[in-house]
Every structure is written in C-alpha cells, then in structure tokens.
Design a protein around this ligand. Structure first.
Ligand code: B12
Length: 367
C-alpha cells in the first residue's frame, strides 16, 4: 500500500479544465463503457452471474468517485478505495478480470471523448491498470474494520454484535438500557458498543458473509435503538444556541450524524437533526432561516464530497453575522489526509465525543 501511495503521489494533477471536460463527457463515456462491457461474450463469467444492473451501478459510482478524486487531487483516496471495490465485488462473485476489462473500456472512452485534453486522466487509468495485480493482493488483506474478538468472548460489544446478527431488537435494547443505567454514558454505548458492531456488520457484508437484508436489519435495529434509548436521558436546557446536523446530499448513512446530534443535544444545544440525504437547496434555506451557530455535515461516501464542498463554499460566503461554523465528519475521511483541509470547513471531528468537544471549544471562545 505504501509504495502505491508514493507512486500515486507523483501522478500529475488533473487540471480544472480537464475535470470539466471529464464531467461534461461523463454520460457519453458511461454509455460507451456500458456498451463495450455488454458486448462481451464472456460477460456472465466476468460478473459471476450477478445482474448487469450491478455493473451499470458500479460504472456510475466509478465515474462519480473519479470526479471527486480529480477535484480534490486525492490520489491517496484512490489507492485506498480501489482494494475496497475489488474486495466487495470479488466477494460478491465478480471476476478480478472484470476490473481490467472495465478500466480498459474507460481508457478507450477517455481517449475517444477527451483526446489529448484527457492525458492526465488517462495517466491515472494507466496507473490503475499497471497495478491491477497489487490491488488484487491488497483486496485480500485485512483492513482497519476487521475487528476480531476471541472465541467465547462475552463482552458487551460482542454480545451486542451477536444480537444484531440475530436481528434481536429486544436484547439490543435491554443491553443498551442496562449499560446506560450502570454508566450513564451515552458516548460509551455509542462509541464502544454500537459503532464497532456496525463496522463489523459492514465488513461482514463486504466479505459476503451476510446478506444485504441482514445489514439492513442491523441498521434498522440501531436506528430504533437511537430513537428509543436516547429519550431515557434528560437533556439539559438548550441554552447554548442552535446546531444543524445532517447527512450530506445523496448520503444515506445517517447513524453517525444522528449520534453526533444526540451528543450535542445532551451538551445543551438546540439540535436540528435532519437525517439522511438532505438536498443542498433545502439545507441552505434552513441555514438562512434558522441561523444556527454550527452546521455539522456527515459524509461516508467519496462520491458525495463535491456536493459538500459546494455547500460549505456557499455558507462561507454568507455575511459573518449569519455564517455558522462548519463541522465535518464521517468515514470518508479515513480515505485521504487531504480532505479535511480541502473541503474548507472550520473543523473536523472523528467521532461524536470529539465533535462535542470541538463545538464546546468554539462556544467557549465566542463567550
Ligand atoms: C448501515 C450501512 C448502510 C445503510 C445506512 C442506513 C442508515 N440509515 O444510516 C445503507 C443500507 C443505506 C447503506 C448504503 C450504502 N452503503 Co453502507 N454501510 C453501512 C454500515 C454497515 C454501517 C454505517 C454506520 O452506521 N456505522 C456506524 C457509525 C456510528 O459510524 P460512523 O458513520 O463512522 O460515525 C461516527 C464517526 O464517523 C463520526 N461522524 C459521522 N458523521 C459525522 C458528522 C460530523 C459533523 C462529525 C463531526 C462526526 C461524524 O461520528 C460518528 C459517531 O462516533 C457501514 C459499515 C461501516 N464501516 O460503518 C457501511 C458502509 C459505510 N457502506 C458502504 C457502501 C459501499 C454502501 C453503498 C454504496 C452500498 C450499495 N452498493 O448500495 C450504499 C451507499 C448509499 C449512499 N448513497 O449513501 C461501504 C463504504 C465503503 C467505502 N470505502 O466507501 C461501508 C464501509 C461497508 C463496507 N464495509 O463495505 N449502508
């Protein structure tokens, strides 16, 4: 991984003009890539019997992802993401050869639709193709979310995870409530029990060990839990001001943002929590009408980064008296060291506890 990161760092950045052309020709290139792949006589082998739609979705994700890599010059994000893509698709039946065929199809499309203006973009695809074997190797290695518990472990974290796998809301609720009664720490429940369990569930899905339905079941249980456990606590008077917390446009991961919202509310903030996938214009008009002190945005998926940058840019352009501090967080920031700075937010926090600390510091400074 380190060697690849170093090599990637030496690749030429994609200019604003080349990115604009890549975006403008996106639909044409997508159509050509889809057509090339559909025309393959060995398509069924490449897809491992999966529906063609899964491949079309992947091509669109790929295009949106690459646009973000180019915009933020985040080649480290590319190197960290590709093994994930390989792993997830290979574990769900795709052949590793599919990626070679796909990347070659993109390269041909780039040459057709971008000509010499696409040289730097083509260079990135050459890099991916040249290192295909390394990416296949990396895909089989352990990652940060391979959380292993010894067999027979009966810690609360392991039990909670097992209850989630079993789809047992009642047991999850009882465990959560008992923990809260004994420690009174919502952050302990969130950070040491629920969060790692959900990371494990994600890894299980990625490795093909559990179905999409089981993953949805686990997230639904956690959301029911967030809604039912939190009211057992008494938030203090909301006298610090208003914060708006939301997941980014097109961002369906909302559990992390919800934890941030509850944690801030328990710290005395009036918290407007908007949930998943809030459209840009709706969010901005709420910011103008409510004039919160903080706008907190959650991002898990790399293809949503550009939307978030554009929201932050707009908020930064508001008159100082109406401009909230902007706070960002979410799993996308594991993929690149560049992103925290590149999005232009006032702060980044890695979890709901550090988010609370940062917002508190801003509030104390403003007093
Ligand atoms: C549940 C889940 C879903 C659910 C979400 C349901 C919901 N209502 O939230 C659904 C089914 C919708 C979903 C969809 C998808 N998912 Co999903 N999902 C997950 C899963 C299993 C758990 C997410 C979660 O709740 N984690 C627990 C929370 C508490 O952790 P957290 O998000 O990190 O939040 C903490 C911190 O990051 C921070 N934080 C978070 N937000 C913010 C915001 C601010 C302001 C601050 C300061 C801090 C902060 O504080 C939080 C609390 O401490 C993860 C696995 C994982 N590793 O998390 C995959 C995962 C994130 N999903 C993944 C993928 C690929 C997808 C899909 C593309 C799948 C698909 N093919 O359709 C789509 C994308 C949809 C979209 N456009 O957003 C991948 C992402 C891979 C990658 N490298 O990018 C993961 C990692 C799974 C995996 N291992 O492969 N997913």
């Amino acid at each position: 991984m380190e060697t690849l990161l170093q090599q990637a760092n030496h690749m030429a950045p994609v200019s604003t003009e080349a990115l604009a052309l890549y975006l403008c020709q996106g639909e044409n290139m997508l159509e050509q890539v889809n057509k090339t792949l559909r025309g393959r006589s060995d398509l069924s082998r490449l897809l491992g019997g999966n529906p063609e739609q899964m491949m079309f979705d992947n091509h669109r994700y790929h295009f949106d992802f690459m646009a973000n890599v180019f915009e933020f010059q985040a080649y480290d994000m590319l190197v960290r993401m590709v093994p994930w893509v390989y792993r997830a698709y290979i574990n769900h039946g795709f052949s590793a050869d599919y990626f070679v065929v796909e990347l070659e199809a993109w390269l041909t499309a780039i040459n057709n639709f971008m000509a010499e203006d696409g040289d730097t973009v083509a260079g990135v695809y050459d890099f991916l193709l040249k290192n295909h074997g390394r990416f296949v190797d990396l895909a089989s290695q352990k990652t940060w979310d391979d959380i292993e518990y010894p067999p027979g472990d009966d810690t609360e974290g392991e039990l909670f995870y097992q209850y989630l796998l079993a789809g047992d809301f009642k047991e999850c609720f009882t465990l959560g409530r008992n923990l809260l009664e004994s420690s009174s720490s919502l952050e302990h429940l969130y950070l040491d029990i629920i969060q790692p369990s959900m990371y494990r569930i994600g890894r299980d899905w990625e490795s093909g060990r559990i179905s999409v339905a089981k993953e949805h079941l686990a997230s639904a249980i956690v959301m029911r839990l967030l809604a039912t456990i939190y009211p057992l606590l008494q938030p203090p008077p909301a006298d610090k001001g208003t914060v708006v917390v939301t997941a980014a446009p097109n961002e369906f991961h909302e559990i992390g943002a919800w934890m941030v919202a509850n944690t801030l509310e328990l710290d005395g903030w009036k918290t407007l929590y908007l949930g998943a996938n809030t459209p840009r214009s709706a969010l901005l008009s709420l910011i103008r009408s409510e004039q919160p002190k903080v706008m907190a945005l959650s991002i898990a998926m790399p293809f949503n980064l550009r939307h978030v940058k554009s929201i932050i840019d707009t908020v930064r352009g508001l008159p100082p008296s109406e401009r909230p501090c902007t706070l960002i967080g979410g799993q996308v920031f594991r993929l690149s060291d560049r992103l925290q700075g590149a999005l232009g937010a006032d702060g980044y926090a890695g979890n709901c506890a550090t988010a609370k600390d940062m917002v508190k510091k801003w509030w104390e400074t403003a007093q």
